[in-house]
Write a protein that binds this ligand. Structure first.
Ligand SMILES: *Cc1c(COP(=O)(O)O)cnc(C)c1O
Length: 360
């Protein structure tokens, strides 16, 4: 067996240790004679799994008591509709900041349900920076302010959150979930699809301040009503059981490594290796302004489409896979989530140096 280094933006690498545990427990989970894929979601075994996943997440992220943790389906994209349906019901207004395609999609979806404003955008420079905002930029009557915290496609991240005063801040953290400590109390809600940094596809985790629940509009589909999901401990219907199980294993892996401050150190070390090289290279360059660079997604280019394609092809032959940039921007992108070991980034930089020497 020989595994590649997979730089995919999502679904993405999982920790090898987690995959080994899952493989070992595949046929017979803890002596119950069946796999987690096969068991009832109402069984005692699964109840233990989902409860441990929640309590590990609460511990690792330091989630306060007054926040609910929900395990949901429909992808991050389903929450683009669920968020306005659940929360845009006071003034019927919401403020969005457009930092890329995912924020834009959320903004466009919300327009179906109320009066939605794009307060700031970085579209003018292909989303290569995070636009600055002041508290006065936000409507104090707005039901919430929405951001995408880490922009998976463009490689920017909020290192400092916007000041929204008393207006709840809602953030899509799909591609930076569990990558570093996060002060949950700064948000009304954070949520993310699991397939970037937490588990396989099929699961969304939402963390919601309790006082915001119970205000969904009448027409909200039951499956998108966060209050109903909370009342049923995320078991209103069959949840993605196996994905929640892998999520639990990933959380145990993070806890055993030392938690989110250790994750952050590891991620900073990996990102620095790559950014330092990009800053010194004469062939490659990063596309994001240095102060807004993501630790998770690193887009870069050469000045030639031909060389970009050659690079992606030869990297693949060297078992460094999925380095092609998003179809909307081209170039390259290395997603270096939690599960990417430091050696993977070292191998990538080594390969880039060799490619530079051969092609400059
Ligand atoms: C991948 C991604 C999404 C879309 O997730 P789906 O689960 O495919 O709907 C949304 N937001 C961000 C930041 C992402 O990285």
């Amino acid at each position: 067996m020989s595994r590649v280094y997979n730089f995919s933006a999502g679904p993405s690498m999982l920790p090898e240790e987690v995959l080994r545990t899952a493989a070992a427990e595949m046929l017979d989970y803890h002596g119950c004679g069946q796999s987690v894929m096969e068991m009832s979601h109402r069984s005692r075994e699964f109840d233990d799994i989902v409860k441990s996943a929640e309590s590990l997440l609460r511990e690792i992220m330091n989630i306060p008591e007054n926040y609910k943790v929900l395990f949901l389906q429909g992808g991050a994209s389903a929450q683009f509709s669920a968020i306005p349906l659940n929360f845009m019901n006071g003034s019927g207004k919401a403020d969005y900041i457009i930092t890329g395609q995912w924020a834009k999609k959320a903004y466009q979806e919300a327009q179906k349900y109320g009066s939605v404003r794009a307060v700031a955008s970085s579209a003018d420079k292909t989303f290569s920076y995070i636009p600055k905002t002041k508290k006065e930029d936000f409507d104090p009557e707005t039901d919430y302010v929405y951001i995408c915290m880490n922009n998976t496609i463009y490689g920017t991240v909020y290192h400092e959150l916007p000041d929204t005063g008393d207006v709840p801040l809602i953030a899509d953290i799909s591609s930076c979930f569990l990558s570093e400590p996060l002060d949950v109390t700064r948000f009304g809600m954070v949520y993310g699809g699991a397939q970037k940094n937490v588990a396989p596809a099929g699961l969304v985790i939402a963390i919601i301040r309790e006082d915001l629940l119970g205000k969904a509009r009448e027409s909200t589909p039951t499956m998108m009503n966060y209050q109903i999901m909370a009342e049923n401990d995320s078991l209103y219907n069959t949840p993605p059981c196996y994905t929640i199980y892998i999520c639990k294993l990933v959380l145990e892996w993070i806890k055993n490594l030392g938690g989110l401050s250790v994750m952050k150190e590891r991620n900073e070390k990996k990102a620095k290796l790559l950014y330092d090289y990009l800053d010194s290279s004469k062939l490659f360059r990063g596309t994001v302004v240095p102060e807004d660079r993501s630790l998770m997604n690193v887009p870069f280019v050469t000045d030639s489409d031909e060389l970009n394609a050659k690079f992606v092809k030869e990297a693949k032959e060297a078992r460094l896979v999925n380095l092609k940039g998003h179809r909307s921007v081209g170039g390259m992108r290395a997603s270096i989530y939690n599960a990417m070991p430091c050696e993977g980034v070292e191998k990538l930089v080594e390969f880039m140096k060799k490619f530079e020497a051969e092609n400059l």
